[in-house]
Design a protein around this ligand. Sequence first.
Ligand code: ZN
Length: 309
Amino acid sequence: MNSLPVAGGPPPVVRFDSPQFHRKNHPRMPPTVRLLPLIIALGASLGCYAPTVQRTRTYHPSDADLSVTRIVHSSAVIDFPETKILLDPWYNPTPPFGPSEPMGLSLENLPPMRGILITHKHDDHFDADTLRDYPNKSLRVIVPPGLGAQVRAMGYQDVVELEQWDRSQIGSVIVTAVPARQSVLENGYVLQGNSVTLYVAGDTRFDGQMFREIGGLFPTIDAALFPVGGIRIFGEQLDMSPEEAADAFAILKPQHVIPYHYGLTGPMPLFLGTSDAEKKFQDAVAKRDETARKAVVILEPGASWHHYR
Ligand SMILES: [Zn+2]
């Protein structure tokens, strides 16, 4: 331990030409040590991170042919009244990335589900802690190829791996896996029940040919969930920008579109997102066709949209 200056005595003299100021006289610090301040700053922000959960908000069932309730970011309850489906539940974010908005519904306030849909294995869509916490392990879980064994190991008994363009069923709803563009294998899904068609795009990047292909098979889409966050992590684009999502809207022409996948935050500059992405998406849709502005349904966390045929 270094000796401390004696109280009242002269302070120790440290001259600029002292050895500690000469890098060449010191062993070069390893990268982890040089990055320590950044790591500590990140750690501090992670340690403080906790999403707000509005525990008092309850789920209100509806008699609509289709209801969609946004929980947070890209988590949602899809409600074909007799068949409720939980989409990409995300209650245990992995720092440094987390939701930038409060949770709209707590896990314990969710209505009874018939199934869970998982689009792909990214933390904000495939949240292993939430899946383990979810109490009912007898419902059907639909995942892209390669995730089935992991979900079964959590205790789920009815797990279906869906290849793109293959079909399965949750309760009364037909589920078709459709392509999505992501750095890992991802499924989009088309859900059909009550004579209503809902397209869940996941957090796909823009691919005009892919959207034309999906639109060719499903020419009438009543509602769509489109990612609009314009999110980049480590420079990699993760979903569509609001402008690209408006291009996708122009190709698929859903009757209604709910923007999602914009409630994510993380440490700058590793994470870059678009501010007010949902409003920019609505403006971009309206710029192409003002009459389409009303097709865009913006849902705050916990808010529901109800569709009647
Ligand atoms: Zn995502």
